[in-house]
Write a protein that binds this ligand. Structure first.
Ligand code: NAD
Ligand code: MG
Length: 384
């Protein structure tokens, strides 16, 4: 029996994780859940999985949830302290880190410190604090398994091979809903257009990141830390069908790829059950039903966000933190209708131009730089 804490249980990844748990009650037990604001769904999850502890975003929501639960034994906490309590609960073996954004950093770091294994969906944790997090993982001897489909594909394609034989990692990208849109039209797209992803159903922030290709930029940085690979050994191919989830090329010219129907339940389950595999309900891949698999290079002129991530890695370690913070602010501004789609990359770049990169010495340092990046980007956006 594996005891789980799920951080962000009401989100897209959280819900898919609980579907796997529900399908294999003999394998998993839910110890703690955390959510932002969706109390109705959290209440349903509490009734179905009877966790010891739950945490929500703030005190007001916690009080409301307590009233909704009337008499249930589940403890209700709130805020960062609540998220950390859930992440470090003594009975928990593995923490599924599925909060969106840098808000996931502190609870994930606390889980690692407490010696919990991690199934990592929250890529922003590695983007903002990659070196520190990987150092902590090593020092505490915990296992960190990727949930992101590309990184799960790379992880699977590395099984049984030697790291020193790897020539490069090839991350695939669907290209998002605007793959074939002209630069001019990109400036006019609506929030609704941007949220209409062709292949994946995901939370709002990552869906916008996919449309701008910033998601792939975040993933290159994530891969850099997860697989200890320099940026020049990580490349990106657009693959609109999202059937090959990523690849590893070896120095003899052989390429290992992982394929499957795009459904996050497959990589989530692999992170939960590695090295074993369990049925996930993911539809089987019928290759004869595919009209073809295509691959091409990303267009960095129309989608500058990907290049910003390579620049951030080159500039140094606090720069990805600033890039990520600016992206979160810009995506929120786009979602609320305050800026154009093309302003997202523009405002991130301008924020990065204001930053002088420096070494990050602690998680507190990261939080401070993250805050700095948010403030600068918000100020810049006032003149957009
Ligand atoms: P989502 O928006 O659907 O869910 C996010 C979860 O985090 C929700 O439970 C929400 O309540 C919670 N949350 C949000 N802000 C919070 C805060 N400030 N404090 C506490 N909780 C908060 O997002 P998602 O699509 O499930 O993505 C989660 C993470 O997984 C992201 O980092 C994303 O990049 C990554 N990821 C998602 C997918 C996918 O298919 N959805 C694929 C790969 C990676
Ligand atoms: Mg991904």
């Amino acid at each position: 029996m594996k005891n789980l804490t799920i951080l962000g249980s009401t989100g897209s990844i959280g819900v898919s994780t609980l579907e796997i748990v529900a399908a294999h009650p003999e394998k998993f037990k839910v110890i703690a859940l955390t959510a932002g604001e969706n109390l109705d769904l959290l209440k349903e999850q509490i009734n179905a999985f009877a966790p010891q502890l739950v945490a929500v975003k703030n005190e007001e929501l916690a009080l409301k949830l307590e009233r909704m639960l009337s008499g249930r034994k589940t403890a209700v906490m709130h805020g960062v302290a609540g998220m950390i309590a859930a992440a470090t609960a003594s009975d928990t073996h593995m923490v599924v880190a599925a909060i969106v954004g840098a808000a996931g950093l502190l609870p994930t770091a606390a889980a690692i410190e407490a010696g919990k294994d991690i199934a990592l969906a929250n890529k922003e944790t590695l983007v903002t604090a990659g070196r520190l997090i990987m150092d902590m993982v090593k020092a505490r001897g915990v296992k960190l398994y990727p949930v992101d489909s590309e990184h799960s594909a790379v992880f699977q394609s590395l099984q049984g091979h030697r790291k020193e034989d790897v020539r490069r990692i090839i991350l695939t990208a669907s290209g998002g809903p605007f793959l074939n849109l002209s630069g001019e039209k990109l400036a006019q797209v609506t929030v609704k257009d941007a949220l209409n992803h062709p292949n994946w159903s995901m939370g709002q922030k990552i869906t916008i990141d996919s449309a701008s290709m910033m998601n792939k930029g975040l993933e290159v940085i994530e891969a850099r830390w997860l697989f200890h690979m320099p940026a020049e050994k990580i490349s990106v191919n657009i693959h609109p069908q999202s059937i090959i989830h990523s690849m590893v090329e070896y120095n003899d010219g052989c390429v290992m790829a992982q394929m499957g129907i795009p459904d996050m339940k497959a990589p989530i389950a692999y992170a939960l059950t590695y090295p074993g595999r369990v049925p996930t309900g993911v539809k089987p891949l019928d290759l004869t039903m595919l009209s073809g698999l295509t691959f091409f290079n990303p267009d960095i002129v129309r989608f500058p966000a990907l290049q910003l991530a390579y620049r951030a890695m080159e500039d140094g370690e606090s720069m990805p933190t600033v890039m990520n913070a600016a992206n979160e602010v810009a995506v929120a501004a786009f979602l609320s209708g305050r800026i154009k789609f093309t302003d997202i990359a523009r405002s991130i770049e301008k924020t990065m131009d204001l930053h002088h990169p420096r070494t990050l010495s602690s998680i507190e340092d990261v939080i401070e730089i993250d805050q700095w990046g948010r403030e600068r980007c918000s100020e810049l956006l006032q003149s957009f």
